[in-house]
Design a protein around this ligand. Structure first.
Ligand SMILES: Nc1ncnc2c1ncn2[C@@H]1O[C@H](COP(=O)(O)OP(=O)(O)OP(=O)(O)O)[C@@H](O)[C@H]1O
Ligand SMILES: [Mg+2]
Length: 164
C-alpha cells in the first residue's frame, strides 16, 4: 500500500481540529492620557489555531505588548471582541476574567514580574494556589518545575539573586 504523503496527514489534522484557541475580531485599543489619544490597535483581526506556535514581531511602539495585554484580558479593549477557546473574555467581569486567566493562561513577562522577596519555589507556588491547586500538589510542582530547567540547586534563592 502506498504511504500517505506527509502533507496529507497535516491536512487531515487541520480539518479535524477544534475551533481556534484564539480569535480577535476588529479589536481597537486607545490609550488616553493628558488629553492625548494614542490608537494602539486599529481594528485588529487574528486567528490562532490550537497548537500553533506564533511569534509577534514589529518595531518598538507598533503594539505588540498592547496586543498581548488585550488578547489575554489583562487590559480592556475599546471595540471588537476576543474569543479564547470560544469564550468572549471581555464580556466577563473583572473577577471572572482574572480567574479564567489564572486557570487557563501562562505568561512569561518581559520584566519577569516575579515577587522579589519570595523564593523561586514560592514564586512558582503562588499562582498555582491562586488557581485552586491543592497545597500539597502546588508544593511538589513548585519544586519539580524549576528543577526541570536546571534550577534545582537554587530553589531557596530569590529572583534578584539569579541571572535573567
Ligand atoms: N499606558 C500607555 N499610555 C499611553 N500610551 C501607551 C501606553 N502603553 C503603550 N502606549 C502607546 O501605544 C503604542 C503601542 O505600544 P506598545 O507598548 O504596545 O508597543 P510594543 O510593540 O510592545 O513596543 P516595544 O517593542 O518597545 O515593547 C505606542 O505608541 C505607545 O507609546
Ligand atoms: Mg512591548
Amino acid at each position: 500500500m502506498a504511504r500517505t504523503p506527509f502533507w496529507l496527514k497535516l491536512v487531515s489534522v487541520t480539518a479535524s481540529a477544534p475551533e481556534p484557541i484564539l480569535v480577535a475580531e476588529s479589536v481597537r485599543k486607545v490609550y488616553r492620557s493628558g488629553g492625548e489619544e494614542v490608537v494602539a490597535l486599529h481594528g485588529l483581526d487574528l486567528t490562532v489555531p490550537h497548537g500553533e506556535l506564533l511569534a509577534v514581531m514589529g518595531p518598538s511602539g507598533s503594539g505588540k505588548t498592547t496586543l498581548l495585554n488585550c488578547v489575554s484580558g489583562l487590559d480592556e479593549i475599546d471595540a471588537g471582541r476576543v474569543l479564547v477557546d470560544g469564550l468572549s473574555i471581555h464580556e466577563l467581569s473583572d473577577k471572572e476574567r482574572t480567574n479564567h486567566r489564572a486557570r487557563e493562561m501562562g505568561f512569561i513577562f518581559q520584566a519577569f514580574n516575579l515577587i522579589p522577596v519570595f523564593t523561586i519555589t514560592e514564586n512558582v507556588e503562588l499562582p498555582l494556589l491562586l488557581a485552586g491547586v491543592h497545597e500539597r500538589d502546588a508544593r511538589v510542582c513548585a519544586r519539580e518545575t524549576p528543577t526541570r530547567v536546571g534550577l534545582g540547586h537554587r530553589l531557596d534563592r530569590r529572583p534578584p539573586e539569579l541571572s535573567g
